[in-house]
Design a protein around this ligand. Structure first.
Ligand SMILES: C=CC1=C(C)c2cc3[nH]c(cc4nc(cc5[nH]c(cc1n2)c(C)c5CCC(=O)O)C(CCC(=O)O)=C4C)c(C)c3C=C
Ligand SMILES: [Fe+2]
Ligand SMILES: [Fe+2]
Length: 367
């Protein structure tokens, strides 16, 4: 898939185009209207999400999981303990189990995982909405698997981008997600003689546009159901509890998002509850766990439940399968009657409003 040009022009090489627009027009520092044309470098925007396997077969799954689970930002267990466990135990069993789960959600038309389909579409739609800024090139990459961050950074540079905004698609910062994207981007820069200037998008867990989009999409989803949930869970991906104790702000930012969302909806505390899903291994992770909460709610007599996943910018295995299938099953098995998984913002108009907003905000001064 080629880089998405907002101008629709082919590769322009490494020379910057002459652009006679006035940067900072109407702001301090603006060039006077009669100033001759000035060469401005192009600006790259690189959307980055987590990554997906190339296929659901054993070896594709193994390659993906090996790269993912070898990341020291994701697994902080000392290597002397982790290497044998990963290579001898986890990578012999998990590829089959995860492969089956991916097969259940696979996009057969494009032969790829939904996360890839949605991330590509987000990049295409962002490029279209930034088309009035002819110097901007939009591209996308994955932290694990393809397209690789380093390759796409180089390609943006070859297209004349002297400045690049790296956009880890995570509203809440975690070292295991945001920081590892940035690490890999800066690793790629280490190998360049002539580096582009780089910015990285910070967390946007409390951005009013993001909160408003979550509220609008939740309200629209609830309005379309043929039942009224007694409560809604805001389920975020978990991390080991130890990461919070070491100072990772992720847990606090998840709670902040949920508090602001509740305020925006005008809901009482008990109507929107925060839970954490997708735990891995035996260590304690952030609590309360989504699966245990779902079961306990059904056992306590709750019959109608909806689960939203505000920390995921795109639907993926963890939302479609883990929430929409696995947790729906737990709820029904324990006596629940109606369950609904709220889709992520994805490439919807609300979702793109958020991505465009946070990107434009971060490009200030460059555009
Ligand atoms: C084992 C440790 C893991 C940590 C810590 C972790 C944090 C974390 N992950 C996401 C977002 C996603 N994770 C996804 C899949 C996934 N996550 C882990 C493990 C950890 N994640 C694994 C092993 C997998 C692969 C699937 C499996 O085998 O269970 C995905 C989905 C990718 C897809 O293709 O659909 C996302 C998205 C966040 C936000 C996060 C910390 C905040
Ligand atoms: Fe994960
Ligand atoms: Fe999972």
């Amino acid at each position: 898939m080629d880089t998405i040009s907002t101008t629709g022009t082919a590769d322009i090489g490494t020379t910057s185009p002459l652009d006679d627009r006035r940067p900072f027009a109407g702001r301090p520092g603006a060039l006077p209207a009669d100033h001759p044309p000035v060469a401005f470098g192009r600006i790259g925007v690189l959307l980055v999400n987590l990554g997906t396997p190339e296929g659901t077969d054993y070896w594709s799954m193994r390659r993906y999981l090996k790269e993912f689970l070898s990341d020291r930002r994701v697994i902080e267990v000392p290597r002397a303990i982790w290497w044998p466990l990963l290579n001898l135990v986890i990578l012999s069993r998990r590829p089959q189990a995860s492969g089956k789960a991916y097969a259940a959600i696979w996009n057969h038309e494009l032969d790829e995982a939904p996360l890839r389909t949605i991330t590509r579409s987000q990049a295409e739609k962002l490029a279209a909405s930034l088309a009035a800024e002819p110097r901007i090139e939009v591209d996308w990459a994955m932290r694990y698997g393809m397209p690789a961050i380093g390759d796409r950074l180089k390609r943006l540079q070859q297209k004349g981008c002297e400045r690049i905004l790296v956009v880890p698609l995570y509203p809440q910062y975690a070292a295991a997600t945001t920081a590892t994207v940035n690490d890999v981007a800066f690793d790629a820069l280490k190998a360049m003689r002539w580096q582009p200037a780089v910015r990285t998008l910070p967390q946007y867990c409390d951005d009013p546009v993001y909160i408003d989009a979550l509220a609008n999409s939740l309200e629209a989803h609830l309005a379309g159901l043929d039942f009224e949930p007694e409560m809604v869970l805001a389920s975020f991906h978990g991390v080991p509890l130890e990461y919070l104790q070491k100072g990772d702000p992720y847990h606090c930012q998840c709670h902040k998002t949920a508090r602001l969302l509740r305020d925006r909806l005008g809901w009482p505390q008990e109507r929107l509850k925060v839970t954490f899903q997708s735990r891995f291994g035996r260590a304690e992770w952030l609590k309360p766990y989504t699966d245990e909460t779902v079961k306990a709610l059904a056992r306590s007599g709750v019959k109608r439940l909806a689960v939203m996943t505000p920390g995921f910018v795109a639907d993926c295995l963890e939302t479609i399968e883990e929430i929409g299938v696995e947790n729906a099953g737990y709820f029904m098995a324990e006596g629940g009657e109606h369950f609904s998984a709220v889709p992520c913002l994805n490439d919807s108009a609300e979702g793109m409003r958020v991505i465009e907003h946070v990107v434009r905000r971060e490009l200030m001064g460059w555009v």
